[in-house]
Design a binder for this molecule. Structure first.
Ligand code: GLU
Length: 307
């Protein structure tokens, strides 16, 4: 596995310069573009890393996965009254479907859907950032995990489109809390930082029937039921990469979640999780080198052989 990761890292270098770092959030535009890190965490406790696997990056939309899991644990199927579970086929921040579909977002992984999820969590938690960080600190076994105040402010100061969506959904009665409060929480959530090694560790429960695995490879808490984990993976496969979800599913064959910070996390059910980070994005907001790395990993690894 280590040799495969090194091969992928070396092949990926030729793609530097083919994408661009996200610039609509000013603080993200300052991230040096030519970086690449990758980490694999296996359910048996073995881990592998290459490149900048310990450089923290902005999780952005990858946090939508964790927020969704928390909301699912809290309210269960009731959640589906307020958000759908179909791929949107539209950009992550698109508003077009919201009007024809009466303020019900297509899925929890596009911005509108994530705002509804944040609204659900805002109703439940007085300090959502602390609740979310608490869960993530447990999953990563890292008490220092935090959100980046500079990036949160930068996004909040320029979140006009997300604010418009929040108000629009409020007009349809699909937002309970004040849009400003939901946006504050959403921007802090998006600004949570992790490195690839932590991200692979934090998502292991999805590869392990909902049960967390500690850093030393021992079984941890049943973070989510096995049934719910299976369903979350289905949703990641169909909706995890915005309007490129079909393409990513075809190329990688894996449930994944991408973010405009350049991170992607992938689940190999029953086997492992893979986190990759490279901040240069394609036109749909997905990491260019990240997509390549996951596609190559699928070609090179025989998961059944336990490499
Ligand atoms: N915070 C970003 C936004 O709302 C997340 C987008 C993303 O990572 O796709 O625009």
């Amino acid at each position: 596995m280590q040799a495969i990761l090194q091969q992928i890292q070396s092949e990926a270098q030729s793609l530097f310069g083919k994408g661009q770092v996200a610039s609509y959030i000013p603080a993200l535009a300052q991230v040096p573009p030519r970086q690449f890190g990758m980490a694999v965490a296996r359910v048996d406790g073995r881990t592998y890393e290459v490149g900048a696997a310990h450089t923290p990056f902005s999780l952005q939309s990858i946090t939508k996965l964790f927020a969704f899991v928390l909301a699912l644990k809290l309210v269960g199927d009731e959640l589906w009254l307020r958000v759908g579970r179909e791929p949107s086929g539209a950009a992550f921040n698109s508003m077009v479907q919201l009007e024809t579909e009466k303020g019900i977002p297509r899925n929890p992984f596009i911005n509108a859907g994530a705002l509804v999820i944040t609204d659900i969590l805002t109703t439940r938690y007085a300090h959502l950032d602390i609740a979310l960080l608490g869960a993530l600190r447990r999953l990563t076994d890292d008490a220092n995990l935090s959100w980046n105040a500079r990036i949160a402010k930068s996004e909040r100061d320029t979140a006009h489109r997300n604010m418009a969506m929040a108000y629009f959904m409020k007009s349809y009665g699909n937002l309970v809390n004040p849009p400003e409060l939901v946006l504050d929480n959403y921007c802090r959530q998006c600004a949570i930082e992790m490195n690839c090694a932590q991200l692979a560790q934090a998502t292991l429960f999805l590869a392990n029937q909902g049960r967390d695995i500690s850093k030393d490879g021992h079984p941890g808490e049943q973070f989510l039921s096995a049934d719910a984990a299976r369903r979350v993976n289905a949703l990641l496969l169909t909706c995890g990469a915005y309007d490129a979800a079909g393409d990513f599913a075809y190329r990688t064959g894996l449930p994944i979640k991408t973010g405009v910070g350049g991170g992607i996390v992938a689940v190999v059910p029953g086997k492992a999780t893979v986190a990759v980070w490279a901040p240069e994005l394609d036109g749909k907001g997905n990491s260019v080198l990240g997509g390549f790395a996951l596609e190559r990993l699928g070609e090179l690894v025989d998961w059944e052989a336990g490499v």
